[in-house]
Design a protein around this ligand. Structure first.
Ligand SMILES: Cc1ncc(COP(=O)(O)O)c(C=O)c1O
Length: 402
């Protein structure tokens, strides 16, 4: 009898029930993934839904990884990364933003991991975190994983000028009780980019109230006017409450390699090191060797890629401007057109309709926050021929919309 009772107690009644904690269950499912899953495997799909360069990683970067593997570099490294990569990133960052040393750098397995580990280092349950949106979902869901209380501040869209920040609105949200503000500039999906003047005001305010700034600088090199976007690293001292996360994915065409880094005060790195140790221990050595090649020899790769993107953006926005009912403003940076489809109120249904009727794969704007509803994201890291095919399909999809 006793044994039977025990069995009944431990066997779940409903095998479909989720055993995940509430915070995990409450995380948003990716709407981009929902559209992509609906389209993957269909014949003739033309996808622009993910933010990924369409080119393979340059040969000299791949060669560095191969040489490392051939040399038998298959072991753990220092948790902050191999000295060569930390120094190279310190010099690279100093060259772009001034004063930075290897001691400020922690190498990570991807930009996503860099962000998540910063959240783990900085956020306690219940902390107030402010995020400027629409934005790539990880920047909102990451703090939620840490049980933060997340408040979003929405950018405003103007059909002539594009996306802009209401600075007063942000400053009001940044109360003295705020622990962290998360800013992604240039922004995924809008391309919106903070100005130096805005950064100065935000930094001054955060200094006054002891608020940490987490700058996701994944697209800092993907700018269409100049070499690099204005950065908090330019105006903050290295020992302030400012942390920047970055990635090799975009600037050096290395999405699949999963390599990124954090620039942070040395005082934070001490504890960050423990977080790295308990998450990943370190990035793979052969991937780090590829990273050294990218940072030290990859400037022309970045510049060529950005020039290509600029041409692609100009082409795509010229085409979009000719379609009745589309409101699109060419962005100052990043990889995306983020445009409004007038009269469209359900982006997910619209993107599914595009897939089903034309095979065109775009991402619904609401995937990046409720203020993105009515918009669609199109990654333009693609050839003109594919973009033109996409435009033809968009016209067809718009015409057949009910
Ligand atoms: C805004 C932003 N930050 C960070 C990342 C992270 O890139 P990865 O994890 O490939 O390094 C991405 C990738 O799309 C991104 O869009």
């Amino acid at each position: 009898m006793g044994a039977m009772k025990l069995t009944a107690d431990i066997v779940p009644q409903n095998l479909n029930a989720s055993f995940a904690r509430e915070g995990a269950r409450a995380l948003r499912q990716s709407k981009i993934r929902e559209v992509a899953n609906a389209g993957m495997g269909r014949a003739g799909v033309l996808p622009f839904w993910f933010g990924e360069p369409d080119e393979v990683t340059p040969q000299f970067i791949r060669d560095a990884a191969v040489a490392s593997l051939q040399a038998g570099e298959t072991f753990y490294t220092h948790s902050f990364g191999i000295p060569e990569l930390r120094s190279a990133l310190g010099e690279y960052t100093a060259g772009l933003h001034g004063a930075c040393s290897a001691e400020n750098i922690a190498v990570t397995n991807s930009g996503i991991s860099a962000l998540m580990m910063c959240f783990q280092t900085l956020i306690s349950p219940g902390d107030r975190v402010v995020v400027v949106t629409p934005v790539w979902p990880n920047l909102v869901e990451g703090p939620r994983i840490m049980s933060a209380s997340v408040e979003t501040v929405a950018l405003d869209f103007d059909a002539q000028r594009g996306w802009a920040l209401d600075l007063e609105k942000l400053l009001t949200a940044l109360t003295p009780a705020t622990r962290l503000v998360v800013l992604n500039s240039p922004n995924n999906p809008t391309g919106w980019t903070l100005t130096r003047a805005e950064q100065q005001v935000i930094l001054g305010h955060c200094r006054k109230h002891g608020i940490w700034i987490l700058a996701d600088d994944a697209y800092e090199r993907i700018v269409f006017n100049g070499q690099v976007a204005p950065s908090f690293l330019d105006i903050a001292a290295r020992d302030e409450r400012v942390v920047s996360t970055n990635t090799f994915s975009k600037a050096w065409l290395m999405t699949g390699w999963r390599l990124g880094w954090i620039t942070a005060p040395t005082s934070l790195l001490k504890d960050l090191g423990k977080i790295i140790e308990y998450n990943t221990s370190c990035a793979q050595m052969f991937v780090q060797r590829a990273g050294v090649a990218a940072v030290t020899q990859g400037e022309s790769t970045t510049q060529r890629f950005v020039a290509r993107l600029k041409t692609a953006s100009t082409f795509l926005h010229r085409e979009l401007a000719q379609i009745d009912g589309i409101e699109a403003v060419a962005p100052p940076g990043a990889l995306y057109a983020f445009f409004r489809v007038r009269g469209m109120t359900d982006g997910l249904a619209f993107c599914k309709h595009l897939i089903e009727t034309t095979g065109l794969g775009l991402a619904p704007g609401a995937a990046f926050g409720p203020e993105g509803e009515g918009f669609v994201r199109w990654c333009f890291a693609s050839s003109e021929e594919r973009l033109a095919d996409g435009i033809a399909r968009l016209k067809q999809g718009l015409a057949s919309r009910v």
